[in-house]
Design a protein around this ligand. Sequence first.
Ligand code: ADP
Ligand code: MG
Length: 387
Amino acid sequence: MKLNVKNIRYLTPEDWRVLTATEMGSRNHEVVPTSLISSISGSGIGVHKSISNLAKIGLIAKVKNAKYDGYRLTYGGLDYLALHTHTKGHTVFSVGNQIGVGKESDIFVCASEEGRQLVLKIHRLGRISFRTVKANRDYLRNRQGGSWMYMSRLAAIKEYEFMKALRREGFPVPEPVGQNRHTVIMGLIDAFPMRTISKVGDPATLYSELLDFIVRFAQHGLIHGDFNEFNILIEEKFEGDERVQLIPTIIDFPQMVSIDHANAEYYFDRDVACIKRFFERRFGFTSDEPGPFFKDAIKKVVKRLDVEVEASGFSKKMAKELDVYMKEHGIDGDAGGAEEDHGDNDEDDFENEVLDGEEEEAGGVSLLDGADTEGVPTAEEPSLEKQ
Ligand code: ADP
Ligand code: MG
């Protein structure tokens, strides 16, 4: 989905209040009545001007329903609120090119105030996917107001909490920098997905390193659940013209499961099978050794990150809700798709397509423009009560 951040600088304090009010109202109204937006935002005569301004740039959308007219927050509006909070919190200063588009997320390069390059991952659960058209049709029919917002937020919280826990344990994952609403900010890894690597000098070393991660995850109570060539970034280190080292970084955690999960062994085996299949097809490499096996891996559990994360920002209840939602909507990571497709086809290319940037300003479009943000209320993240 397109993210046009240019207008963010031109929103007035009143626009922000009205946008925030629409978000708050959508917690218990699928269509937020105009009068409610007015009263929550405490705005006076300017409220209608702000509403029409926000609707014009697509941050809210007018909905006529049988009983009354009102507005709903769009994904664009939610994006703006999240970015506004990241900017206020000095996490993000500017947003640049889109570098990835997945089935359930959009990935952008962004930068901190100090010019450090970061990644903005925007979770978009509920996006129409041709692979799950049927599930989506059912979803749209049954849709409760704002559930896509809530679920996308759960996915972001989950990803952030797991990234923090894994990073603390020394796993090679991006540095978690911030999280708000349906977005995660993390360190940019200067590397490409393993899928883009056509040759390795010594596949055996990389292969055993990757399988070792699967085992170490399990020994920390976790299964990645989508451990494949798209979610393993490989940094190539050169000495002169010679490539001397391949350094993997693992990304994409919304589908991680605990080793206590009812289908834990299935997910573990699937992660292993993904790596085996890729190494066979791409590098013609097959290992002599069988396994690794789930039963052996969990004999030596050293730490329970699954339990740790549960006690932090991502509760068991949230995990369950997200799990049920993902199952109902056929979201099963890239691995599920890879099993269906078996091979290099356009769908796979689309998922990880590197997009040509549409933003022309070097270093991205800055989100702040001093004067315009004077007195703007900070868009606090609303509480996580389900609508
Ligand atoms: P999805 O859930 O949509 O698969 P991912 O987290 O796997 O999202 O990201 C999609 C793509 O974006 C990756 O395959 C990778 O090319 C790129 N990407 C994601 N995170 C980073 C990062 N921290 N650094 C560099 N590239 C990244
Ligand atoms: Mg991915």
